[in-house]
Write a protein that binds this ligand. Structure first.
Ligand SMILES: Cc1cc2nc3c(=O)[nH]c(=O)nc-3n(C[C@H](O)[C@H](O)[C@H](O)COP(=O)(O)O)c2cc1C
Length: 187
């Protein structure tokens, strides 16, 4: 089974701005495999400018925010490549896409680490942050999963939110619950 790092990836758009979204990176030895689903601007961006910057957000609202139209999280220039990282990150990696394997649904970019930095000490796990991450992933799969499965997973994840969340996790959770409700209302 792959080790998958759930993180925030930035690639460079044609107009010089950056496309920044949550993605999972699959570890393969010292390399990372990036697998965006088609269609995604990240695919064309990497074909043109094969560098991506990967940030671990300190605040899980970033993950929920990018999925719910709240994408204005501050970024700063990367250290070695032409790219950006989150300003508020526990650590970031700068990667070069060194090969591309095309696929009609999910092309693969093999990425090599150019540079990586820890910005803060890792102080431990928080269950509510993990619950927000899981709910964020669920919220991107509403069209693929039965509603009962989504409901039962949310019921379980809510336990960690009620026991362990701070204000940021509560806010992120509320954005994701709204996204799920909006999706269902639109059905
Ligand atoms: C934690 C997490 C991991 C994700 N991993 C991926 C991924 O590996 N590939 C992908 O295409 N989308 C992934 N998504 C969903 C994308 O973030 C979401 O569909 C986003 O809108 C994609 O933007 P794009 O269509 O511009 O690529 C993930 C979402 C979350 C919350």
């Amino acid at each position: 089974m792959p080790f998958i790092l759930e993180t925030i990836v930035a690639t460079k758009n044609t107009d010089g701005s950056f496309h920044v979204r949550p993605y999972g990176l699959h570890r393969d030895g010292d390399d990372w495999i990036f697998l965006p689903f088609r269609p995604s601007p990240a695919i064309e961006n990497l074909a043109r400018h094969p560098f991506l910057v990967v940030s671990a957000p300190s605040d899980v609202r970033v993950i929920a925010g990018f999925l719910t139209g709240r994408g204005d999280w501050p970024t700063v220039p990367a250290d070695r490549v032409d790219g950006v990282r989150l300003a508020d990150t526990t650590g970031h990696m700068e990667l070069e896409a060194v090969s591309f394997e095309d696929h009609e649904q999910r092309p693969r970019f093999r990425c090599r680490v150019v540079h990586q930095v820890a910005h803060r000490p890792f102080l431990g796990f928080n269950r509510a942050q993990a619950a927000v991450l899981e709910a964020a992933i669920l919220s991107t799969r509403l069209g693929m999963l039965p509603a009962e499965k989504v409901d039962s997973e949310i019921t379980y994840l809510r336990i960690a939110i009620e026991k362990c969340a701070g204000p940021e996790e509560l806010e992120a959770w509320s954005w994701l619950m709204q996204r799920i409700e909006d999706y269902r209302n639109a059905q």
